[in-house]
Design a protein around this ligand. Structure first.
Ligand SMILES: [Ca+2]
Length: 495
């Protein structure tokens, strides 16, 4: 009948007791010493009862609420192909058997058929996810060049800062790519723990003389070069879970895989699994994927072995579309690749499990975007998203509770490289792109029948085109000039 868990017990003296919660949600004073409800203990005076009740409520408020917040693990791949995971409907046959652990997340929960990132390349995509806001609002619109003496603007607040304030321990394992100078360091932006690299990529094997932005560091201190990077990141993620298992924790595992260089793990087990792939680049890329999947398996096992499965949300997704070409990723059946605002650049695989909330084997077709992750965590933990945060993402909770009709209709937007760069929106079945072709002809596609964006319907739907172009213009009027790269001042941008 009583469901007070070990976490509560660790935090109070056993003779004192706590308010336990019945399976129907009622609260009862409960004595751990006697292992029964306080109301049944014989020698308890009415004064003691009153005092207990007061302090019990206090403890429940301070500790109980924190203990009930779900842990969250976000597993973030880098430059994966859309069709390169077994759980994807469009998976390419050569990759179908290579990702059993990642696929298990979709089996235990849901796969999303229309999930997006906010940017078509690494750094902007992370900026949107981590702030819950369109990164074009604060000029973080193109990739941060190596060594740039800037980063995600300091006036912006990371979601993890807010999670810290409501009791979460926050960890970032892996790639950062959101600023090199010390004031932009992950530990300054809301991560209690950082094990990873500041740069956007590195070799998977030890460097003789690692650059300070590429070395794996722990909270600012370089670690010795050793081992295979994806394995080191997986181990560090497991350590973080072990060390913070009292919860709640938020862990962002930012793999560098399968971003180049295409350096698969050496060893006969990996070689055996990918030997059916003829093309060298695709086979080596598949080697990066299997190493990542093994490490996702380690993380999932650590969650399970620590008894955290029931109270942990796990999300697997990817930062931008596969680059294609020499890297041989497949975004089938999407058009375009990394860097493009066609679906191939911004639509990503997304699996999410949350036992007891998301029904196993669910398929969610409502469009979602990575900015939604942080508001979802807040609401999952019983917290309110403050309107002053001006988030663009929204909570996904209605999608898991058969309340899909309450999920608002919305328009999603993308831009790259400022006022002269391509811009796109998605609303309902429509996808609109502008400034995307050499002659600046707007492109309008019906994604419900043409996911591959092959038939430009702009001239056949002038009314829709006009309405959506007006929305696009209104959104763009809220944006600022990119802070660096194409479209920024000094790169041909005049304002
Ligand atoms: Ca990337």
């Amino acid at each position: 009948m009583f469901t007070a868990g070990p976490r509560y017990r660790d935090l109070i003296k056993p003779e004192f007791g706590i308010l336990a919660e019945s399976r129907w949600g009622h609260l009862y004073p409960f004595s751990f010493e006697r292992n029964q409800p306080i109301s049944q203990t014989p020698a308890m005076s009415s004064v003691y009862k009153t005092l207990f009740h007061f302090f019990g409520i206090l403890i429940y408020t301070v500790v109980g609420n924190a203990a009930e917040k779900p842990n969250v693990v976000v597993l973030f791949a880098d430059d994966s192909g859309y069709a390169d995971f077994g759980f994807q409907e469009s998976v390419r046959p050569d990759m179908a058997q290579l990702t059993p652990h990642i696929d298990s997340i979709a089996k235990a929960g849901a796969r999303f058929t229309q999930a997006y990132v906010t940017g078509a390349v690494c750094s902007p995509s992370r900026a949107g996810l981590m702030t819950g806001r369109y990164q074009e609002r604060f000029g973080h619109e193109t990739n941060l060049p190596p060594g740039t003496q800037s980063g995600l603007p300091l006036k912006e607040t990371f979601g993890v800062k807010r999670l810290q304030r409501i009791g979460y321990k926050t960890g970032l394992i892996g790639k950062w790519h959101l600023g090199y100078p010390v004031e932009f360091h992950p530990n300054r932006r809301g991560y209690d723990h950082f094990f990873g690299l500041l740069q956007g990529s590195r070799s998977y094997y030890p460097y003789a003389k690692p650059h300070r932005d590429r070395v794996l560091q722990i909270d600012g201190t370089a670690t010795p070069e050793s081992g295979y990077v994806t394995d080191r990141l997986g181990d560090a993620a497991c350590d973080f879970i072990e060390q913070n298992k009292q919860g709640p924790f938020y862990l962002f595992v930012s793999f560098t895989a399968p971003h180049g260089p295409l350096e698969p793990r050496k060893g006969s087990y990996d070689a055996e699994r990918i030997k059916h792939i003829q093309h060298d680049a695709r086979r080596n890329y598949a080697g990066l994927i299997v190493a990542m999947d093994d490490n996702v398996g380690k993380v999932l096992a650590t969650i399970q072995n620590n008894g955290l499965n029931e109270n942990t949300i796990v999300i697997f997704t990817n930062d931008n579309g596969g680059p294609g070409g020499k890297d041989s990723t497949s975004n089938y059946p999407l058009r375009g690749h990394k860097g493009s605002l066609y679906e191939g650049g911004i639509r990503v695989p997304w699996a999410m499990s949350w036992p007891g909330v998301i029904e196993p084997g669910s398929v969610i077709t409502t469009p979602v975007i990575t900015m939604d992750i942080l508001p979802t965590i807040f609401e999952a933990g019983g917290e309110k998203v403050d309107p002053d945060w001006a988030l663009d993402g929204i909570s996904l909770l209605p999608l898991f509770n058969k309340l899909e009709s309450r999920f608002p209709e919305r328009t999603l937007y993308w831009r790259r490289s400022g006022l002269n760069g391509p811009i796109a929106l998605q609303e309902g079945k429509w996808k609109l792109l502008a400034r995307n072709t050499s002659d600046n002809t707007p492109e309008l596609y019906d994604l419900s029948t043409d996911i591959g964006e092959t038939q430009n319907l702009a001239s056949k739907n002038p009314k829709v085109l006009k309405q959506l172009l007006a929305k696009m213009e209104a959104w763009e009027s809220e944006l600022v000039t990119p802070l660096w790269g194409p479209g920024s001042l000094g790169h041909g941008q005049s304002n």
